[in-house]
Design a protein around this ligand. Structure first.
Ligand code: FMN
Length: 305
């Protein structure tokens, strides 16, 4: 009932583990896959070693998480072993999405060229991380820069589908999404965290060591849901709806807005890897009760009313 196809890959269900939530550790990704995720995404891989930010890097608040992990990476040349271990995903038929980042388009291409040799099922471009010092705004705020990154990665990606991960901080995420589609993106993700901050009133200082961070979890849902809805009317490539999906109803909302897949991040942090099975069970119950037979029947139905 929840099976689907996404960019040429078969998925057992429409959920995917969002990038960065379970670190880069292959064992953890395999565990999430075995616990029921339809697809899994690696933490973003960068060009060279980078430490990330000092603690605290992630805190839980009333409406989700605020994080500024700062894209720690050992650099792409050090991922051979992990990709080797991740081949185990093939045996259980769970597609692997690799995620890459850079501080300029040349670096995105450099990392993507390495990653493409490892033959993941898709490559996602993290053009939307709010927590870096090289860019006060994210690349995904700018349609032209985003398109340049996509087209240069497409040159090295061969047949591997490329996903552009958008930011809710853009003036028009739809314009950025359209520019990425025109540049060759095979799918879009709506989207990454929203820049924000929290202050510890007693201490009189920002809670995160990096001061500012990205808001994820329930506070993000109505924002990225709208972007998914708007994109569905303007682009033809599939959309991954992501932001604040904690239960089956949240996932259904994204599908009805037009998502083909539902990304789950913060809820794994909060509810553990069992969240995928729980979300799928809740979706199946709703689908059955409401007289549908396939999840695809729900895609975009909120546009018809
Ligand atoms: C601790 C943490 C680390 C993250 N790291 C990455 C990352 O490396 N690359 C990326 O594209 N997104 C990263 N994200 C964003 C998530 O993949 C996801 O897009 C976002 O959290 C919204 O989904 P959610 O509300 O379900 O968490 C991170 C989010 C969190 C909370």
């Amino acid at each position: 009932m929840l099976e689907t196809e996404f960019c040429g890959a078969r998925l057992k269900n429409v959920t995917r583990l969002a990038s960065g939530i379970m670190g880069v550790n292959a064992g953890q990704l395999i565990r999430v896959a075995k616990e029921g995720a339809g697809a899994v995404t690696m933490k973003s891989i960068g060009p060279r070693e980078r430490q990330g930010h000092k603690n605290p890097t992630c805190i839980e608040w009333e409406h989700g998480l605020l994080n500024a992990v700062g894209l720690p990476t050992p650099g792409y040349r050090n991922y051979d072993e992990e990709f080797e271990e991740l081949k185990a995903l093939k045996k259980i038929n769970v597609p692997l999405i690799a995620s890459v980042y850079g501080s300029k388009w040349e670096e995105f291409r450099e990392v993507a060229a390495y990653v493409a040799e490892k033959k993941p099922d898709a490559i996602e471009l993290d053009i939307s991380c709010p927590n870096t010092e090289w860019h006060d705004i994210q690349f995904a705020c700018d349609p032209q820069i985003s398109a340049k990154i996509v087209s240069s990665v497409k040159e090295v990606a061969g047949k591997i589908p490329v996903i552009a991960k958008l930011t809710p901080a853009a003036n028009s995420p739809v314009q950025v999404g359209k520019a990425c589609e025109e540049a060759g993106a095979d799918a879009l993700c709506a989207g990454n965290t929203m820049p924000g901050m929290l202050i510890d009133a007693d201490a009189g200082r920002p809670i995160l060591a990096f001061k500012k961070g990205g808001i994820s979890g329930p506070a993000l849902k109505p924002i990225n849901l709208k972007i998914t809805y708007d994109l569905f009317e303007k682009v033809n490539v599939p959309i991954i709806g992501e932001g604040g999906i904690c239960n089956g109803r949240d996932a259904l909302e994204y599908l009805m807005a037009g998502a083909a897949l539902c990304g789950i991040g913060s809820a794994v942090w909060q509810r553990g890897p069992g969240v995928f099975k729980a979300v799928c069970g809740e979706m199946e119950a709703w689908i059955e009760e409401n007289g549908y037979t396939k999840v695809e029947q729900l895609r975009g139905i909120a546009h018809e009313k």
